[in-house]
Design a protein around this ligand. Structure first.
Ligand code: F6P
Length: 540
């Protein structure tokens, strides 16, 4: 059942094929086939993918699809959707797809249909959100809630904050959401600066409710609230919790009637469409939230049913493997041409890097091939004036995903056409470059010709939808979730655990008392860590 992908026939065929086509230029591939730009495209419910500007031929695609088949992508996909415990190191099912299943669907976990529970929580969230939005839910002194502060970190922060930014145009502007994640006290201090506790609601979001950053911030928030309102009874009106851990929530002092639950089969970085999205739902309202879930579900359906060769997550996953494992690309840039998606690449960093940043295969063997890439990026056009130089003329191959929309949510004069002109121009320039002959024909001579030459052949995917709506955002997130899944299957790694973040947590817990001790404690670390701790104690 376990397999080393490099031993699969398709992998070996791809290695040989790579030797043949590694230097083929996109200029030639496009010249050989005038229909390439229309042919190498796919669509899922109004979300369009153009993957023609990738360094691949029909033969490459065929071999990549063979790889998907030999690696068992379709079988693993079914295991995930049907609730098998594919997160083997934590013995858990992986069912974020159940979070957006329609009410009449059936998804069984240990023989029990979880969809009714999912919808019961969604209904409670909707009722609560409506009460806050309408002003029916009041603070302790009878004032309306004006600011919602989500306290959470990692998957309990990055999703809500990204989606709040992304869907701001759909939000009630009478309510502002803030997000506190860092244990650095500055984060909390700046978030509540100028806020009135009487009008502030804290949503403490933590799957485990044991995360030190979140609990520390939640305790500080409580002190801040009580300093203003001077009555313990106020906590019930100003704190709600989102968690799978009712015991810890009540230990903290939040009434479990004000708790919104989810389940251990939802991974933290796959949880923004669970109750973890409560702050988002308060901001955009239940209807928009449900539209977003419909977008997620549409992509789930597409991933589950579309043939592999026209399946967006499969294609993007395979193309990523092609660059990662055959061209030796180390990173992927995510470049949305929409200011509302400013936090999208930060969100995808956790989704992708915490999922596929693993060097151990399912069977415990260490891999002898590359796994998850470094994910990075920021919106265009800003990035063009920062790091695109390296993508165009640097020595590293950086495959990039360009994401754009036909309509702006803030139409204003020429802005959108200028934005999109840059969007198209960049992928064109990256693919086709500018030859030295073209530069010379402009009257340039000497070594300047080389400086002004763009070799091109830099691969990109282009994703386009009509407009950034809650539905489209849901589609986009699910697209990347499933892309990460496809790659995890091919690399034979568990994309759903995150043991790699544990060691740092354990060591921090060991060091904290050494920083807090009154006198200098005996330090038993390496000489560098000992020295740094002493220095810190001296300087503070
Ligand atoms: O960073 C590790 C991690 O466990 C993430 O996977 C998770 O999203 C984050 O910490 C926060 O965890 P919790 O929601 O339990 O506070």
């Amino acid at each position: 059942m376990f397999k080393n992908p490099t031993e699969l026939p398709a992998w070996k065929a791809l290695e040989a094929h790579y030797q043949k086509i590694q230097n083929q230029h996109l200029r030639d591939l496009f010249a050989q086939d005038p229909t390439r730009g229309e042919r190498l495209t796919a669509e899922a419910d109004g979300l369009f993918l153009d993957y023609s500007k990738n360094r691949l031929t029909d033969e490459t695609l065929k071999l990549l699809l063979d790889l998907a088949r030999e690696a068992g992508v379709a079988e693993h996909r079914e295991k995930m959707f049907s609730g098998e415990r594919i997160n083997t190191t934590e013995n858990r099912a992986v069912l974020h797809t159940a979070l957006r299943a329609p009410g009449d669907a059936e998804v069984l976990v240990d023989g029990e249909n979880v969809v009714p529970e999912v919808h019961a929580v969604l209904d409670r969230m909707a009722a609560f959100s409506d009460r806050v939005r309408s002003g029916e839910w009041l603070g302790y002194t009878g004032k309306r809630i004006r600011t919602v502060v989500n306290i959470g970190i990692g998957g309990s922060d990055l999703g809500p904050v990204m989606a709040y930014e992304a869907l701001r145009a759909y939000s009630d502007r009478n309510i502002t959401c803030k997000f506190v994640s860092n244990v650095d006290g500055t984060d909390f201090a700046e978030a509540v600066h100028g806020l009135n506790p009487e009008e502030t609601l804290f949503v403490v979001s933590s799957k485990t409710f044991t995360t030190i950053e979140t609990l520390t911030n939640a305790h500080t928030a409580r002190e801040w609230l009580l300093k203003g309102l001077k009555d313990e009874a106020a906590v019930a009106k100003h704190f709600v919790a989102v968690s799978t851990n009712a015991g810890e929530v009540s230990k903290f002092g939040i009434d479990t009637n004000n708790m919104f639950g989810f389940w251990d089969w939802v991974g933290g970085r796959y949880s923004m469409d669970s109750a973890i999205g409560l702050s988002l739902m308060i901001a955009i309202g239940p209807d928009n939230f449900r539209d977003m879930l419909a977008g997620f579900h549409a992509m789930d359906r597409h991933f589950r049913t579309a043939p592999l060769q026209s399946n967006l997550p499969v294609l993007m996953g395979l193309i990523g493997v092609w660059y990662n494992n055959f061209f030796g690309a180390e990173s992927v840039a995510i470049l949305p041409y929409d200011q509302y998606l400013a936090r999208f690449s930060a969100y995808l960093q956790q989704l992708d890097m915490e999922s596929n940043g693993k060097y151990v295969r399912f069977d415990g063997q260490v891999v002898n091939y590359q796994t998850g890439p470094i994910v990075w990026g920021q919106p265009g056009t800003n990035g063009q004036h920062a790091f695109y130089q390296l993508i165009h003329q640097g020595t590293k191959l950086i495959p990039a995903d360009f994401i754009g929309f036909a309509q702006s949510l803030n139409p204003s004069g020429r802005h959108h056409d200028l934005l999109m002109a840059n969007f198209f121009a960049q992928t064109e320039a990256l693919a086709f470059g500018k030859t030295s002959d073209e530069v010379a024909a402009e009257g340039i001579s000497g070594s300047l010709v080389q400086h002004k030459t763009f070799e091109g052949n830099r691969p990109t995917n282009t994703l386009i939808a009509q407009k950034l709506t809650p539905f489209v955002l849901g589609q986009l997130i699910a697209l990347y979730e499933h892309k990460v899944f496809v790659q995890g299957v091919i690399w034979d790694i568990n994309s759903f655990d995150q043991w790699g973040v544990e060691l740092g947590k354990v060591l921090a817990n060991r060091i904290t008392p050494e920083l807090e001790a009154a006198g200098m404690p005996e330090l038993k670390h390496d000489s560098s860590t000992n020295h740094l701790i002493r220095l810190y104690r001296q300087l503070r």
